[in-house]
Every structure is written in structure tokens, then in C-alpha cells.
Design a protein around this ligand. Structure first.
Ligand code: FAD
Length: 398
């Protein structure tokens, strides 16, 4: 509805205009008032609207203490998750815009080599917490470690992978330090007030929202694997390691790791996230048995088979093959979409592929808007021909 201003109480400070989230308020002055304001401004006295807001000043003072971009280097048994290097690539850009250092946070046991690896991917500094306590990831010990480092060094931006570990830790840290966290960002940038602009799909992927955390520090984001580009490592790069002996007494850490059971038969597990060639099938595949056709094509291309959510929901493919907003984000060299319409929730997961080929019998299917090559026709005829032709080319090449 219309905003109602109590003219008896209004002193014309304009605060309401500034804070209205919908920017629905404007202030007008009568000609007489306008004249007085102009006289005041001409006399060099600040107009009422410019009066210093004590709250804004306190925020600015607090924010000035926070400097630097941090990337949490996720590791398991001393091996880093690739998303950490991708984030260093993005972090480097952000740090350059802010004119600050890019720092890696390495927590674990016997993990110093990861600091040197982080320097190769762009970090200038690495905070290292190395102790048996950190051998296995546990929320509490890592949370205490992160909060200790934040309190000591006050970073303005912290990035983590949107992995199981990253999602767990980022949420816990943001809650403890009382700041904002934007999950699953697809874009990160800096505005002219040093705020991190965190872009992510919202409302079921129908809009892209840019989220800011302009009152609190640090600003925290998680980013899914393969969303940011992997930077080229610089083999000669070095940096400064800052060791910190902080630990929480083991008897105060409530969770104990008794045994680690690795996920199933990892040989048969397919990582569509890291694949260079992906052939995905959607509802147009008509049934689970027809995916064998895609497997054959995938075999010829040394690729893997992915799926749309419709195909996964129908039980034709397991969930770890799902591409899209609630599935995986992929960046293959070639993505072939077979019988997939191209809903926005699917597109957000694959539109950064180097080359997209779509096969669909509906020439108006939205998938053709992102495809570099489109084949309008029946996939049951086209896919076997493609497989045969590739096979022929390969045997001829031998
Ligand atoms: P359809 O849209 O039914 O398309 C099937 C296509 O196959 C049609 O274009 C048709 O022309 C074509 N076709 C049929 N037969 C043939 C044939 N013989 N030859 C050639 N072409 C043929 N979807 C995802 O994929 N991933 C996600 O992560 C995801 N997350 C979601 C999250 C939310 C919150 C919501 C609301 C939705 C999400 N979806 C996701 C679902 C998404 O909106 C679509 O419903 C889904 O992607 C459609 O799958 P599809 O393209 O396989 O099926």
C-alpha cells in the first residue's frame, strides 16, 4: 500500500528514504523549504540529509578492520578438493579488485605441502593449522580453528567449496561469527563499496539474485565444484606460511571418528562433474533400457552418461548422474543432450560446456538456444548413426 508519513513527527532527515527496501519513498520540499536548504548548502553547512548517521559510521569503522580474501583449502588425507583451486582462481580476481592479499587456509594433519600447492594456484599467504586433532574433519574442531583465525586476522571475504564439508563448515562458522552466508554462488564480484556481490539462482532458478552482506564481516560464500574456472598453476610461485598452533583439547571435541567407510565400489562410481565428454538423456529416452544406447556412444568418446531430473525422478538413472540445479554442475569439453527440453534448472548445470550438441525432435525446444549444434529429429535414429560414424572414423584413423 501507500506509505503513510506522519507529518507531525517527520523531521525530514531522509533516513526512511535510504532504508526503504523497495525504494518507494521520495521526499519533496515546498519552494520555501527548498530555498532554505539551498541557502544552507551555499553557506557551506551540510544539508540535513548529509548528517552523519552514527550507525553507518560504526559499520564503516568495523568494516575497515577486515581486509583480505581467504579460501578454505578442503582436504581429505592430505589431498585437496579441486574446488579449492578453482576458488583460488576466482579469489585472485576479487583480491586484485579489493587491493588485498589472497590467503589460503589449510587445516589438517601433515598438510604443509598443500600450502605450497596453494601458492601455485595464486595464494600469497597460507594460514596453516597442522595437528593430529585435525586429521579427520570434524565440525567442531574445524569450526573452532576457523573462528580463531577469523578473530586473529579479520578477513573480509571467505570462500569455501559447496561440498559436504564446505557446506557444513561454512554454515557453522557464519552462525558463530554472526555474519551472512550465500550458498551455491555462480558469480562473485566486488562493488564500489568493497561489498561482495554474490550471484546465485533463486526462486527455482527462474531469476538470478545478487546478494550482498553489507553490514557484517566477513562475507561468506560457497561455490559448487566446476562453477569457477580452474586457474593455470604457476610452478615457480611461492608465498608465506603462517603457522598457528591453536587446537581445541581433544576431550572437549564431542564427535569422535571411530571408522571411515568409503563410499561403495568407487571403481564403478562415475564422476560426471569431472568428465570431459558427457552424453545426457532426458524424458525423451522413454525408458531405462534405452540408456544403453547412450552408454555405447559414451564408450566411443571415452565419456560418461548424465541425465536430466525427469530421467532421474523416473528411476532411469541414479541421482549422482543428474545435471542441473539440484544435480551437478558440469563443464565438459562436449555435452550432448538427447531428448532434453532445456529447462532453466537443467541449463544452469551445463551451459558452460565448451561445446553443446542437442538432439531433440521439437525444433522449438529451449535447449537449442544454448546449443552450438542442434539436430532436430528422432534421437532413436540419430544416436546409433552418430555412434557408428565415430566408430568408423576411429577404425579408419588406426
Ligand atoms: P522434458 O521437459 O519432458 O523434455 C523431453 C524432451 O525430449 C522434449 O523436448 C521432447 O521434444 C524430447 N523428445 C521426446 N522424444 C524424443 C525423441 N524420440 N527424439 C528426440 N527428442 C525427443 N531438471 C534437471 O534436469 N536438473 C535439475 O537439477 C533440476 N532441478 C530442478 C529444481 C527445481 C527446484 C525445479 C522446480 C525443477 C528442477 N528440474 C531440474 C526440472 C526441470 O524443470 C525440468 O522439468 C526437467 O529438466 C525436464 O527434463 P527433460 O528435459 O528430460 O524432460
Amino acid at each position: 500500500g501507500e506509505p503513510v508519513v506522519d507529518t507531525e513527527k517527520c523531521i525530514g532527515c531522509l533516513k526512511c528514504v535510504k532504508v526503504c527496501p523497495a525504494q518507494a519513498l521520495e521526499m519533496f520540499f515546498t519552494p520555501e523549504e527548498q530555498k532554505i536548504l539551498e541557502q544552507l548548502a551555499a553557506a557551506g553547512s551540510a544539508p540535513i540529509a548529509e548528517e552523519e548517521d552514527p550507525e553507518a559510521a560504526a559499520i564503516a569503522r568495523m568494516q575497515a578492520q577486515y581486509r583480505g580474501v581467504w579460501v578454505f583449502i578442503e582436504q581429505t588425507d592430505g589431498e585437496a578438493a579441486k574446488v579449492s583451486w578453482e576458488l583460488l582462481g576466482k579469489g585472485k580476481e576479487l583480491a586484485a579488485k579489493l587491493g588485498v592479499e589472497l590467503c589460503a587456509v589449510v587445516i589438517g594433519h601433515k598438510v604443509e605441502p598443500l600450502c605450497h600447492e596453494a601458492f601455485k594456484y595464486g595464494a600469497e599467504k597460507a594460514y596453516l593449522l597442522d595437528a593430529p586433532l585435525y586429521g579427520d574433519y570434524r565440525t567442531q574442531s574445524y569450526l573452532e580453528a576457523m573462528c580463531h583465525l577469523i578473530e586473529q586476522h579479520k578477513p573480509e571475504v571467505i570462500l569455501m567449496g559447496a561440498t559436504g564439508m564446505g557446506r557444513d563448515l561454512a554454515g557453522a562458522v557464519a552462525t558463530r561469527v554472526g555474519t551472512g552466508l550465500t550458498a551455491d554462488c555462480t558469480g562473485l564480484d566486488i562493488d564500489d563499496k568493497r561489498n561482495l556481490m554474490q550471484t546465485r539462482p533463486a526462486f527455482g532458478g527462474n531469476i538470478m539474485a545478487t546478494i550482498m552482506c553489507d553490514k557484517y564481516r566477513p562475507q561468506m560464500s560457497t561455490v559448487r565444484p566446476h562453477v569457477m574456472q580452474m586457474p593455470e598453476p604457476l610452478p615457480e610461485a611461492t608465498g608465506q606460511i603462517i603457522r598457528d598452533a591453536f587446537t581445541t583439547p581433544e576431550d572437549q571435541v564431542l564427535a569422535k571418528v571411530l571408522e571411515i567407510i568409503r563410499d561403495g565400489d568407487s571403481k564403478h562410481k562415475v564422476d560426471i562433474g569431472g568428465a570431459e565428454f558427457i552424453i545426457s538423456g532426458g524424458r525423451g529416452m522413454m525408458g531405462p533400457e534405452n540408456f544403453a544406447m547412450l552408454e555405447e556412444l559414451a564408450k566411443e568418446l571415452n565419456g560418461v552418461v548424465g541425465a536430466s531430473r525427469s530421467a532421474v525422478d523416473a528411476g532411469w538413472m541414479p541421482h549422482d548422474r543428474q545435471v542441473g540445479q539440484t544435480g551437478k554442475t558440469v563443464r565438459p569439453k562436449i555435452y550432448i543432450a538427447c531428448g532434453i527440453s532445456g529447462a532453466i534448472q537443467h541449463l544452469v548445470g551445463m551451459q558452460d560446456a565448451d561445446l553443446i550438441i542437442a538432439i531433440n525432435r521439437d525444433k522449438d525446444a529451449p535447449i537449442f538456444e544454448v546449443a552450438h549444434y542442434g539436430i532436430v529429429g528422432d534421437l532413436f535414429q540419430i544416436v546409433p548413426v552418430l555412434t557408428r560414424k565415430i566408430r568408423e572414423l576411429k577404425t579408419r584413423g588406426k
